[in-house]
Write a protein that binds this ligand. Structure first.
Ligand code: GRF
Length: 235
């Protein structure tokens, strides 16, 4: 079941090419963002897109939880929002199909997972191969999955970080676009460490998305490079 919410600014998610500058608008990349909660990474991307005048637009934010706080932020900015509640589906594939339907009406060029806490099936992932990014709060391939900061502290890591990567069917795995490295301080607990990593996420995810929409990323043999040679590491 797809529960459409907030159609009040539908014009922003309408077809490209209309209006007074059709050539420019036709080049705009359409971004759909999936969230499950507060959506601070989504907010960082929406803000960077507007402030830096990317050739792109966040056309929709879709959540799998009706109470996802990030939906309010998106709706207030006139971005189309929808909820596909995973609890309404008995089968994972049915959820994936409904989610894809809610996404595809927006005809995205790029699909972003931003704190989206559902595992997506291989068939879903293959639909968006090469145009779906995720951010994970660890230095992948270390610590895929949940509780990354707790596990990093327990392992005595001296540095942690975050990774933006293309999504593959394997969870928290795929060609790495950019990573941040963040020090672990002696007094850190899960909360302080996650806050420090999150601040770096808000820098690297918008940057990686900007590179994508500007066509600056290439993937060869599973390795992502920036065509202009920009550093893909934030330290
Ligand atoms: C972030 O740490 C992200 O890396 C992880 O979940 C968290 C989501 O935070 N996948 P937010 O919803 O973007 O604020």
């Amino acid at each position: 079941m797809v529960q459409g919410r907030v159609a009040k600014h539908r014009i922003l998610s309408g077809p490209v090419g209309s209006g007074s500058a059709p050539t420019l608008r036709a080049a705009m990349k359409r971004i759909v963002i999936l969230i499950s909660g507060r959506g601070s990474n989504m907010q960082a991307i929406v803000q960077a897109c507007a402030e830096q005048a990317w050739p792109a637009r966040v056309v929709a934010v879709v959540a799998n939880r009706p109470g996802a706080a990030g939906l309010v932020y998106a709706a207030e900015r006139g971005i189309s929002t929808a909820v596909v509640d995973h609890k309404a589906f008995g089968q994972r594939d049915d959820f994936d199909d409904a989610l894809a339907a809610a996404i595809n009406i927006h005809q995205p060029d790029l699909l972003l997972l931003a704190g989206f806490m559902r595992i997506l099936g291989a068939a879903f992932v293959s639909r968006y191969e090469g145009r779906m990014l995720n951010i994970h709060p660890s230095l992948l391939p270390a610590f895929p999955g949940l509780h990354t900061h707790r596990r990093a502290l327990a392992a005595g890591c001296k540095a942690v970080g975050a990774t933006v990567h293309f999504v593959t069917p394997q969870i928290d795995h795929g060609p790495i676009v950019m990573q941040s490295v963040v020090p672990v301080r002696p007094a850190d607990d899960e909360h302080t460490l996650s806050a420090r990593v999150l601040a770096s996420e808000h820098l690297i995810y918008p940057l990686a998305v900007r590179w994508f929409v500007n066509g600056m990323l290439q993937v060869q043999d599973g390795v992502v490079t920036h065509t202009g040679g920009a550093s893909q590491l934030l330290v």
